[in-house]
Design a protein around this ligand. Sequence first.
Ligand SMILES: *[C@@H]1O[C@H](CO)[C@@H](O)[C@H](O)[C@H]1NC(C)=O
Ligand SMILES: *[C@@H]1O[C@H](CO)[C@@H](O)[C@H](O)[C@H]1NC(C)=O
Ligand SMILES: *[C@@H]1O[C@H](CO)[C@@H](O)[C@H](O)[C@H]1NC(C)=O
Ligand SMILES: *[C@@H]1O[C@H](CO)[C@@H](O)[C@H](O)[C@H]1NC(C)=O
Ligand SMILES: *[C@@H]1O[C@H](CO)[C@@H](O)[C@H](O)[C@H]1NC(C)=O
Ligand SMILES: *[C@@H]1O[C@H](CO)[C@@H](O)[C@H](O)[C@H]1NC(C)=O
Ligand SMILES: *[C@@H]1O[C@H](CO)[C@@H](O)[C@H](O)[C@H]1NC(C)=O
Ligand SMILES: CC(=O)N[C@H]1CO[C@H](CO)[C@@H](O)[C@@H]1O
Length: 674
Amino acid sequence: MSSKILMLYFFLKLAFAGKNNHAGFLFDGYFKLSGSAEVNQTNMSSEVIFTDSGLSEASQVFYNDSFKFKNSTTGSVFSFSTTFIFAVVSNDTEFSGHGLAFAISPSKGIPGAFPNQYLGLFNATNNGKDSNHVVAVELDTDQDFQFNDRDDNHLGIDINGLVSVESATAGYYNNQWNFKVLDLKSGNPLQVWVEYESSNQKLNVTIHPISVPKPKLPLLSLKRDLSPYFFEFMYVGFSSSSGSKSSHYILGWSFRMNGQAEEINLSRLPHIPRSTGENEEGAGDGYSKKQKILVVVLSLTGGIFLLLLIFGALVMISRRRKFIQVLEDWEVLYGPHRFSYKDLFIATKGFRDRQLLGKGGFGRVYKGILPFSNVQIAVKRISHDSRQGIREFVAEIATIGRLRHPNLVRLLGYCRRESELFLVYDYMPNGSLDKFLYQIPNYILNWKQRFKIIKDVAAALFYLHQQWVQVIIHRDIKPANVLIDNDMNAKLGDFGLARLCDHGNDPQTSHVAGTPGYIDPDIVQSGKSNTCTDLYAFGVFMLEVTCGRRPVDPRTSQEKVMLIDWVLNCLDNDAILDTIDSRLANEYVLHEAELVLKLGLLCSHPVAAVRPSMSTVVQILDGAAQLPENVSAIIKSRDSGYAFCQAGLANEFPSGITSIASLTVTESFAYYGR
Ligand SMILES: *[C@@H]1O[C@H](CO)[C@@H](O)[C@H](O)[C@H]1NC(C)=O
Ligand SMILES: *[C@@H]1O[C@H](CO)[C@@H](O)[C@H](O)[C@H]1NC(C)=O
Ligand SMILES: *[C@@H]1O[C@H](CO)[C@@H](O)[C@H](O)[C@H]1NC(C)=O
Ligand SMILES: *[C@@H]1O[C@H](CO)[C@@H](O)[C@H](O)[C@H]1NC(C)=O
Ligand SMILES: *[C@@H]1O[C@H](CO)[C@@H](O)[C@H](O)[C@H]1NC(C)=O
Ligand SMILES: *[C@@H]1O[C@H](CO)[C@@H](O)[C@H](O)[C@H]1NC(C)=O
Ligand SMILES: *[C@@H]1O[C@H](CO)[C@@H](O)[C@H](O)[C@H]1NC(C)=O
Ligand SMILES: CC(=O)N[C@H]1CO[C@H](CO)[C@@H](O)[C@@H]1O
């Protein structure tokens, strides 16, 4: 060893000891977990890693020093953070072993642990026992029904046993809040973060490809005080199921107590030996190289020919379709709003299923990019059987198209072709409020955001009802029709559609528009909708956003199934604040939340005459007006109409909704609904 390198070695050692002082470390080498663990580091002294391969077949690699995890006076667990990059390389696509785990253990290694499905963490006798004092994050690549595994590609938080306390399919939420599934055993390096926050006792686990920055939202988030499971001093390390099926590599690892783990320098990421699969292929399986090339060439030319044929056919079809589209004189009046079918066809890549954003009662919504301008759009495809009403239909669209408000999704135009109608909207990449409230686990809208969303929707409705030259009734207010932009502003979508779709329909047979749970009981009787109908739905919406649950939830206890009933009951018992979304963890503005709940009940009062107007609602929300003095009394005074409402919701719904169970899955005209 030259003196230069020796000096560097000592320098690194000193830097390590001085800088981190047992508060953390950064290891930028790599090691392999399987059979006997091998440790290879690029530039760090080898003493930072303790290798224990003497225990059965399960391999474990632990850091040589323990860390102080608990405050000795209070007994609470400190915050900690760790990140590591791992890769699972296997040469068996069918089965690639059980996986690996990051573990926090009282000892340097976990004695007596079994390999395979036990992941080197526990054994058949101690699995699930409190005496283990082991907290682990499993990266599980096999489904073991014994431990209630959800699938063969998941992450889980394991406390003293292999039945995960919390688990989820491997993946992450990208910037548009779309979930991307990751394949743990792809062989590609993936980065994992395990972080515990002492102040709110939350353990978060995040996974992402190394090519994208750490996602904002964790995949797993467990609220749990870890102090019963930890001793004052604990060791950190990895364990693996071992076996010869796959190799588990750790390609960098950093850990820190009371702070965020240092980022791993990706430019220094070591190269891992790839699977031996390539060699196997080369070993020959009956085909010579020439034969293989021939097969490839043949299939390529065949494929290209087929593609050309399909392309030609598509071009011809789209040309023909384009000609079918007839432009009538009066339509020229609305000229700028009309898109050509061809453009929409190209924009949505031929209305391919991959472009589908959602399905609803009115039709499907596709994502598209307009040719030439590259503007992103959302195209709603509606089938419209009646031809007679088409003129009114288009006039209606022109009306909707002229509506402009920051809290309305902009309608850019339309296209009409045969019995189909296409509505073109601004594309909202983040999707709907429904997604933020219910579909992204671990995403919790805070009170400020919720209150803002309620005010935004109120402003949009006020505009539709009272500020525009003509009264527009929305008729389907619900979280699935409220879109969220990048700054978490809410925009109401699908306005005017219900009325649009009534044109050309026989009013006698037209069904009640709206979504069960949001439908004014009055409309069920009269069949007529007006602004009061919207107010009812908006009242339910306010309760829903505040309580963080759907208006009808058959999975909860009997007294909570109907949201309105439950909130009313709690109001009777002077416990209205109990209904506020528990995920907010008491972090809300008390007077605002109480105001929204009472206003929500007032708007969803069974007697339409009692409901305030949208202008009053906006004033109350802005603090420019007060709720009536006797609001509680008004809310509680419910007459026979209310009984009907209950009966209506529980038993008979118009238009083919048969059971309560279907209520939560029926999204009648979701914009970006599921
Ligand atoms: C390790 O240190 C040597 C000596 O300073 C340096 O030349 C080399 O680039 C380092 N390796 C990595 C992967 O950083
Ligand atoms: C590991 O820690 C022990 C003390 O706990 C120490 O004696 C030993 O030298 C360390 N091993 C290495 C490789 O640094
Ligand atoms: C432990 O908790 C006590 C009481 O809250 C505090 O004064 C002390 O600074 C804490 N110790 C450490 C090491 O954080
Ligand atoms: C399981 O592990 C414990 C130590 O945690 C050990 O005492 C016990 O013997 C092991 N059981 C089996 C069946 O190996
Ligand atoms: C854990 O995730 C939640 C969001 O689910 C976030 O509010 C919290 O700050 C995160 N905590 C840590 C330690 O990253
Ligand atoms: C690949 O398979 C061979 C036998 O088919 C086995 O000996 C080898 O250990 C496997 N390699 C890995 C990385 O799993
Ligand atoms: C990462 O490593 C490269 C090469 O060793 C170095 O040039 C770069 O400055 C490092 N980046 C950080 C953020 O440390
Ligand atoms: C698994 C692996 O790559 N091990 C290597 C670690 O480094 C030594 C030399 O420093 C090599 O001989 C091993 O093959």
